[in-house]
Design a protein around this ligand. Sequence first.
Ligand SMILES: [Zn+2]
Ligand SMILES: [Zn+2]
Length: 311
Amino acid sequence: MMLKDSKFSSHLLHLSQLQTINHKTLDEYRDRLKTYEDYLWFGKPDRISAIECARRGWTCQNNDLIKCANCHAEIIAQLPSVLNIHEYTERVENIAQALVDAHHRYCVWKFMIIPESVIQLTDIYSNETINKFVKEAEEFLLQIQQIDLVGQLKTTFQIEATDFDLLSSSYLNDPRLLSAFKILVFYWKLKGSSLSCEKCCREISINRNHLILDPIASHRTWCPILKNEQWKKRIEQIETILHAKSRHKLGEIQSINDHTERILPDIISTQNLFHELISSKEYYRSCVQSTYVDNTPSSELEHSTNNSKST
Ligand SMILES: [Zn+2]
Ligand SMILES: [Zn+2]
């Protein structure tokens, strides 16, 4: 990652002691990131975003002013109006260059950069990851009483406890646990009586008796979780895993009774299986029930299935 990122990569090879990004280095990076308050580092483009500056050793000191704690170099980063596009672009380019060049020639940050992997979000691609979040959610609940989620997530992330229960694991049947889960998957960590995001380092003081949170909008505007709507992709990843799980469950049911085979493929083939199942939960339930109590002669069932196909 470092090699890809820095045009000083040839120097990096000689600075092997710096290549190990240890906990201290990461903590210091997060401390730097915290200094980029929205009102101090406002409206900066990606090239000179808070993250890009903090990755290269810069701490925000004041309005549009950043400083290297190591070599004490400073950069003033006032930008002209975006309407003046030529001047604006040139200035941004100069500042981006200064993030490397302005360090003293012997400053480590001239050659070092916090690797991109620290900023990138980790994909959720397995049951294990989901279970890890559930475990963390259980621990979270030991410290928090009531949870109310607000904001877009209420309508966008519609896994209800009962759906989880029906489709996958039976132990996610507690709405509180589900809320905690929906907080933790978006990189919030509980530290004492505040929540902080691992990626943008936003810290929020909370009431542990009653936590009211918008797990998305509470991130800083430049948080990687908001960038390119990454949070939506995260929801999709979780849903995909649940699809797979529910598909597996349906497969089991299918093997119990042949009758279901004639009804379920319609659902299974649907791309958005999970939503489909939730919206037709009653239908699903009736399918499950029919596995056990259905007395319909198979010829009749076939008849009705054919009918529904022809419409
Ligand atoms: Zn420096
Ligand atoms: Zn964040």
